[in-house]
Design a protein around this ligand. Structure first.
Ligand SMILES: Cc1cc2nc3c(=O)[nH]c(=O)nc-3n(C[C@H](O)[C@H](O)[C@H](O)COP(=O)(O)OP(=O)(O)OC[C@H]3O[C@@H](n4cnc5c(N)ncnc54)[C@H](O)[C@@H]3O)c2cc1C
Length: 394
């Protein structure tokens, strides 16, 4: 289980200072007030997404031949990290980056030519990913949404929950069961991925209801009631959808982990600055070990997590198996961000609760990553079973 030579020699990866600088410049136009206002109105970051799309960053992982910039996952993670480090939120962008991967890797040439250039240019948004269901949760292979083939169409029935940005997206990547669980050899068989045209489906068997949440993530519940979608909406082969989705998960983990690193660094910078300025008992509060040490510890955790995330990205970009590192990186980075958030909360004291400092908003936002897109327990069970060879615990 030790790191192979390949892993060690490609561990660190490029830092892409030019990308960082360009992302920082864009983010400077979207300060705390912008996000606070969206948060209160539960609104979608239209202006921010437009600016990122215009700069080409939203199409970072789309190959040049399909109108994107064809960057590496390392470069894409630098974009995500810098967005979060600047106090912004990349949710709308990360989704597009990794959902698109399923289409890119498994879609037909015609699907790729039809959709990818428009996704890269911002003409179409593919920011909705319908996997989670209310009754089955993390037990994805038991999901109940069915897609039944009828001639040139599939008829979809079922329900999704927590489908982020379904109301702001033109397209949704949907995971549905095409062969009943009782009829497949392996639980992972018989699930299929579809590219659903949301605009064409609304009111014709597709209903989307907003789901109010602790953070502004534009989350929704999605209902399918005899929705007819063309058979051409199927991505890849029928019945192999679970594998396609799994395929994209390493990219998702790496990008999310990069966002966590950005959050951690934002919290640490804020906490250090405030602790240096805030004078209580005639001295800066940063002089107290009780304030200084949690920040220093979160910093150490962040630096350590970054190494694992970078290794995951390097392996991914080299086309090597990165499951272990992508999962560990996401776990470690989400915890580092949370600890940094907690340190910042404590450092700001009562002012952490004042909305104008953005600490409470970021603190709420960064809490998500220990639960979604995959919860920490599920990562630990993956490591325990698939990396360490212990029995499946559930
Ligand atoms: C803001 C937000 C946005 C989201 N966006 C999307 C989206 O766009 N698309 C989408 O498909 N989903 C989305 N999700 C859903 C998210 O991926 C799930 O909430 C997450 O995967 C956990 O599933 P669950 O909520 O059903 O929890 P459950 O599966 O019910 O689990 C509850 C708790 O039990 C633990 N648990 C369950 N089984 C085990 C086990 N065997 N061993 C140990 N612990 C276990 C879990 O780790 C978790 O802590 C979003 C969620 C949120 C909150």
């Amino acid at each position: 289980m030790g790191a192979s030579e390949a892993e060690v020699s490609i561990a660190i990866g490029e830092d892409h200072p030019d990308i960082r600088e360009a992302v920082r410049r864009i983010c400077a136009d979207f300060p705390g007030e912008y996000w606070r206002d969206l948060d209160q109105r539960e609104a979608y970051p239209e202006g921010f997404v437009k600016a990122l799309t215009g700069s080409g960053f939203l199409g970072a992982l789309i190959p040049e031949e399909y109108g994107g910039s064809g960057l590496s996952i390392r470069a894409a993670s630098v974009i995500m990290e810098e967005i979060h480090r600047s106090g912004c939120n990349a949710a709308a962008c990360h989704a597009q980056m990794y959902i698109m991967g399923t289409l890119l890797r498994h879609g037909s040439e015609e699907q790729k030519r039809t959709y990818l250039p428009k996704i890269a240019s911002g003409e179409l948004r593919l920011q909705a990913f319908g996997v989670t269901e209310p009754t089955t949760g993390s037990d994805t292979t038991r999901l109940k949404t069915r897609a039944v083939r009828e001639g040139d169409h599939y008829v979809v029935n079922g329900q999704k929950v927590w489908t982020s940005r379904a109301r702001q997206s033109d397209l949704m990547l949907l995971l549905a069961r095409t062969t009943p669980l009782e009829e497949v050899k392996r639980r992972t068989d018989g699930l299929s991925t579809f590219l659903v045209d949301i605009r064409a489906s609304l009111g014709k068997g597709l209903e989307i209801r907003p789901l109010k949440a602790m953070i502004n993530h534009n989350t929704t519940e999605v209902f399918f009631d005899n929705l007819r979608i063309p058979a051409s909406a199927l991505v890849g082969e029928e019945g192999r959808g679970f594998r396609y989705v799994l395929d994209g998960m390493n990219a998702e983990r790496i990008l999310i982990a990069a966002e966590c690193l950005g959050d951690a660094r934002w919290f640490i910078a804020k906490a250090v600055a405030y602790a240096g300025e805030r004078i209580v008992f005639d001295r800066p509060i940063s002089q107290n070990q009780g304030i200084q040490f949690p920040i220093a510890r979160a910093f150490a955790e962040t630096e350590a997590a970054e190494l694992v995330v970078r290794r995951a990205a390097a392996l991914f970009d080299a086309g090597l198996d990165c499951g272990k590192d992508a999962n560990m990186g996401k776990l470690l980075a989400s915890e580092a961000a949370w600890h940094a958030g907690e340190a910042a909360m404590q450092t700001f004291g009562g002012f952490a609760f004042a909305r104008e400092y953005d600490i409470e908003r970021k603190w709420r936002e960064t809490r998500l990553y220990q639960i979604a897109p995959i919860s920490t327990n599920l990562i630990l069970s993956y490591l325990g079973q698939h990396v360490l060879g212990m029995p499946r615990s559930y």
